[in-house]
Design a protein around this ligand. Structure first.
Ligand SMILES: Cc1cc2nc3c(=O)[nH]c(=O)nc-3n(C[C@H](O)[C@H](O)[C@H](O)COP(=O)(O)OP(=O)(O)OC[C@H]3O[C@@H](n4cnc5c(N)ncnc54)[C@H](O)[C@@H]3O)c2cc1C
Length: 313
């Protein structure tokens, strides 16, 4: 997943996110689904026939996911969902949605559950489609549930596992955003390097100036550092390691900060041309910004790393 994310993001972080969010939407089924749910949904997602999405965030629940207000009330063999999810990637485009809702508000963090909801289920519609700074190829939309009846066979795991499912998934998905950041940074470095070799000032290519070479060197070194961290976390996850929360947070934190720095420097190296829409680096700079925000803002990731560290010593 991280290799695919990096390669796609090198050309377009928005297109890469359509793939990445399908992974995020499928993770709850892969990790917590029963055999029947896996058989029913995963082959079509894996073959690319269907997109998936992950519906957790709400207007009053961003970093504090415990604040979700969408409810799922048991009614015989069904749950009735009511509420609105905000800023959901692939919203309106995906066929399969992993949706988090409160089944028992009195239990707060242990009162959330996760459900699979299919597009075209009565009572499930789409609201506002967002107009974003970057990753504009990727749709970001509201999910609206109004007395939406979901069969209890669509419950993932068991009641009350919702937040555990969400946290386990973020631990595995964050290196994917790290890889998106590495890919965007790599694309920007390649564009800037090509540009400075051809742009001449003071009678020479600007690449001949040491000040420019030092900037390129720092950009390349930072990308390699970020990629190493992303890949080593991905290898940890593939090896079945359990204690991945800190490494996973670090990989997204480092890679996203690197993406922001490198894309900004790429614009700088290309001068006024870098600022123009004729060249792709201004888009890459806008695309990079989101990697510091979603799947845990970088402040929240620092908090996770700090708390994990305090537990260890
Ligand atoms: C383009 C886009 C796509 C998205 N896709 C999805 C999706 O597919 N599915 C989904 O469920 N969500 C999605 N999101 C939501 C995203 O995960 C949230 O935006 C993110 O978690 C941050 O929440 P927030 O925007 O409400 O910011 P807030 O939580 O309101 O944070 C505002 C600021 O306060 C800081 N802050 C908050 N709490 C603390 C704290 N305890 N300590 C220090 N600082 C703090 C934050 O770091 C941030 O700087 C998407 C968002 C965007 C913009």
């Amino acid at each position: 997943m991280v290799i695919a994310m990096e390669e796609l993001s090198r050309a377009c972080g928005g297109i890469a996110l359509i793939f990445g969010s399908t992974g995020l939407g499928a993770f709850p089924i892969i990790l917590f689904g029963n055999d029947e749910q896996k058989q029913r949904y995963l082959p079509d997602i894996a073959s690319g026939k269907k997109l998936a999405a992950f519906g957790l965030t709400e207007a009053n629940a961003g970093s504090d996911v415990g604040g979700i207000e969408t409810t799922a009330v048991k009614d015989g063999d069904y749950y009735i969902l009511n509420g609105t999810k905000q800023w959901i990637t692939n919203g309106g485009e995906a066929e399969v949605y992993s949706v988090f809702a409160m089944t028992d508000k009195s239990k707060s963090a242990r009162g959330a559950s996760a459900f699979i909801v299919e597009k075209d289920t009565p009572g499930f519609t789409f609201g506002k489609k967002e107009n974003k700074m970057g990753i504009r190829a990727s749709a970001t939309c509201e999910l609206v549930f109004q007395d939406c009846r979901i069969h209890s066979e669509n419950l993932l795991g068991r009641e009350g596992l919702g937040f555990i499912i969400a946290m386990r998934i973020f631990e595995k998905s964050r290196p994917g955003i790290g890889a998106q950041a590495v890919g965007i940074a790599r694309g920007a470095l390649e564009e800037a390097t090509t540009f400075v070799k051809h742009r001449e000032q003071f009678g020479k290519p600007v690449s001949s100036f040491q000040g420019v070479q030092f900037m390129l060197a720092d950009m390349a070194t930072k990308i390699e550092m970020a990629r190493s961290l992303v890949y080593s976390t991905a290898r940890m996850i593939d090896s079945g390691a359990k204690d991945i929360s800190m490494a996973s947070a670090m990989s997204k934190l480092v890679a996203s900060d690197v993406a922001m720095e490198v894309t900004t420097d790429a614009v700088q190296l290309m001068g006024g041309s870098g600022y123009m829409k004729e060249y792709p680096v201004e888009k890459m700079m806008r695309d990079a910004k989101i990697t510091q925000i979603y799947e845990g803002t970088n402040q929240i990731l620092r908090q996770i790393i700090g708390l994990e560290l305090l537990k260890k010593f």
